[in-house]
Design a protein around this ligand. Structure first.
Ligand code: ADP
Length: 401
């Protein structure tokens, strides 16, 4: 191979030969046929693909990439890849091809998710970029495969919106019991303030008594703001936030949220939590949504049961297989064999006012957390819904988004 060779520049009309004028004729033929072969192969790929030199300049662009980014044929040649993916710092991301013996061989793929790609007209879209380094004609080159994720993001956004809507609608069901729960501390605050006003007119003023009254007011205010905090945490709309979570505190918040509703429905809720429960990685709001849904379904399933038998037992424990297991057991009507699977399908409901979305959304949330949600009938009566989530760092954020 002649050492004076320039960087390969490919053109749409096949005039690659022109840029290798300093090479010997034999070399030129060999290079051109190799490059033409590569260019033809790239043109056959269903993915937008660009080849980059060591400095991240585009040396080959397939028609799919031109189309995706809105450029004319050859327009991108010699330009830096940052023109297409501006957040991509090629020098820090470029996979290295350090093995000097490696020839025309892929050196592994580096996948960069959630990149912001820019079309010629300035519009932007979400993309996944896979970078693969290899040796070609004695040079280190990189192939960048660009996957347009617009549709996936749109789908993800719609799923999030739907999940949010069902959360808001679930909170709507709880509205009257939550209003009642808020009313209690507010009423207590009012009567304490009235008592304090009476004490103020006494002479001498009983400061110790006044001090106790003010303390009660603070406590009641705290109770009211806790109710509001829990409501806001569930109806919150935001991006997925995957962090290490203490499931016990997530579950306690949900049980507190349904506390008044459980009283109105005459249902006892017991909570049994393993003391050494490992954390799980997950989104707090979404996992709360799942637990809320399971609890309210359990309440609904016991509507026809005599009040003395209405009880829900929630247990959280670590399982042997590195999972954390949540079980929500009720004493309701249970599930017929045909329902065991159907209930997780969207829009399946047996309730007159039901949406039939709770369990299907819950299952997709748990799938996204690399977990499992399923139901079983109890031996005696009622059903138990199980959620198994990977403990610790084993759970990962959904890569398919
Ligand atoms: P919805 O509550 O709006 O009906 P879900 O998807 O949450 O939607 O539930 C679907 C169906 O699954 C319910 O209508 C009910 O028939 C059944 N189901 C859910 N939880 C239970 C349970 N704990 N016991 C018996 N059946 C249940």
């Amino acid at each position: 191979m002649a050492s004076t060779r320039s960087a390969p520049r490919k053109t749409c009309d096949g005039s690659a030969r022109a840029v290798f004028e300093r090479d010997s004729h034999a070399d030129i033929d060999e290079q051109v046929s190799g490059e033409r072969y590569l260019r033809d192969a790239l043109a056959l790929l269903p993915l937008a693909t660009v080849m980059l030199d060591e400095r991240g300049r585009m040396t080959m662009v397939n028609p799919q990439a031109d189309r995706l980014f809105g450029y004319e044929c050859d327009e991108l040649l010699g330009k830096p890849v940052e023109l297409l993916v501006h957040a991509l710092r090629f020098d820090s991301h470029a996979p290295r091809c350090t093995d000097p013996l490696a020839t025309q061989q892929s050196r592994g793929l580096l996948s960069l998710d959630d990149q912001c790609a820019r079309r010629k007209d300035g519009t932007e879209f979400r993309a996944e970029i896979d970078l693969g380094a290899f040796r070609f004609d004695g040079e280190n080159v990189t192939l960048a495969f660009v996957i347009d994720k617009t549709e996936r993001y749109e789908l993800h956004r719609q799923r999030q919106d739907l999940a949010h809507l069902t959360r808001v609608s679930t909170m709507g069901q709880l509205a009257s019991s939550l209003a009642h729960e808020l009313n209690q501390p507010l009423t207590a605050i009012l009567s304490n303030v009235q008592a304090a006003q009476r004490f103020m007119t006494a002479d001498p003023i009983d400061l110790a008594e006044l001090h106790d009254i003010l303390n009660d007011i603070v406590q009641d205010d705290y109770r009211a703001s806790e109710v509001i905090r829990r409501i806001r945490a569930v109806v919150k709309k935001g991006d997925l936030e995957v962090i290490p979570l203490d499931l016990a505190s997530v579950m306690r918040d949900v049980v507190a949220l349904v506390h008044s509703d459980a009283i109105v429905r005459g249902t006892r809720v017991t909570l049994d939590i393993d003391t050494a429960l490992p954390p799980v990685r997950g989104d707090r709001v979404q996992l709360q949504q799942v637990m809320l849904n399971l609890l309210l379904n359990a309440f609904d399933a016991m509507n026809e049961v005599p009040p003395v038998d209405r009880m829900v037992r929630v247990t959280l424990k670590s399982a042997d297989n590195g999972m954390v297991l949540i079980a929500v057991l009720d004493r309701g009507h249970g599930l017929t064999a045909d329902k065991l699977d159907k209930i997780f399908k969207p829009f399946f409901t047996s309730k007159p006012q039901g949406l039939g979305l709770g369990l299907s959304i819950s299952r997709s949330i748990i799938d996204m957390h690399r977990g499992r949600l399923w139901a079983e009938n109890n031996n005696d009566r009622g059903a138990t819904f199980y959620v198994a989530l990977p403990a610790g760092d084993a759970a990962q954020e959904d890569k398919s988004r």
